[in-house]
Design a protein around this ligand. Structure first.
Ligand SMILES: [Zn+2]
Length: 235
């Protein structure tokens, strides 16, 4: 085989290696983005339960105020009942006491239910805080691991590029430029062998005359079907 083609094939092998490393580098970023989404969701869930706690605490304070007022009202009516002498006034005071007692009983029951609910909500808050912390820890660990991966991939890429540049010196400039033009559009294999009298990439047959020249001289040709660079492997 034409030694120029052999040299170019070695360059191409390094280029394909570099594409693979570049792909792996690009795949690192989405991993962090996914974790960032998880963290946002966890923080939203935490904010939501905190809001519920705030609202419930507000209702609790209002209820405690009402309860205190009704207890004061009951005490006042009880004080009044001791002083009044007229039966009508006594009956009115007793009715007031009874009404206040009903309110108090209802409010105490409501307050107890509210305390249960608040306890549950606070437990939920703690769990969600833990979830956020856990994701942040995972994010931190992942960041460290990804940084290490990135550094090692970048080093690998540098090595491959250095090897590529060295090997490229063995390829004539015009051939290298032709090859680079094709691969810049494809970002994949650009140099293919002939398979029989056809392009090994797209299977388009090349004219007999051109095929003979390629075999005889080792020249490379562009495929008319797909635009890759072709060489005669048996040449
Ligand atoms: Zn082709």
């Amino acid at each position: 085989m034409n030694p120029e083609v052999t040299a170019l094939l070695e360059v191409q092998a390094e280029d394909l290696r570099a594409y693979g490393i570049e792909d792996r580098l690009r795949a690192l970023a989405p991993r962090l983005a996914a974790l960032e989404q998880d963290r946002k969701r966890a923080e939203e869930a935490l904010a939501q339960v905190k809001q519920q706690v705030d609202a419930e605490e507000h209702r609790q304070r209002e209820l405690q105020d009402r309860l205190r007022q009704h207890r004061e009202h009951r005490a006042k009516s009880e004080g009044l009942l001791e002083k009044v002498t007229a039966p009508r006034e006594a009956a009115a005071a007793m009715a007031q006491i009874e009404q206040a007692k009903r309110f108090i009983a209802d409010e105490e029951k409501e307050l107890e239910a509210m305390q249960h609910k608040l306890a549950e909500l606070r437990k939920g808050t703690i769990e969600r805080e833990k979830a956020v912390t856990e994701i942040e820890r995972l994010q931190q660990d992942t960041r460290v691991a990804l940084d290490a991966d990135r550094a090692s991939l970048e080093k690998e890429l540098n090595d491959v590029q250095a090897a590529r540049n060295k090997k490229a010196q063995a390829v004539p400039r015009s051939l290298l430029q032709r090859y680079d033009r094709i691969r810049s559009k494809r970002r994949a294999t650009a140099l293919f062998p002939l398979r029989g009298q056809s392009c090994a990439h797209c299977d388009t047959a090349i004219p007999v005359q051109r095929h003979s020249t390629m075999v005889a001289t080792g020249a490379t040709e562009l495929c008319e079907g797909c635009g890759v660079l072709l060489y005669a492997a048996a040449g």
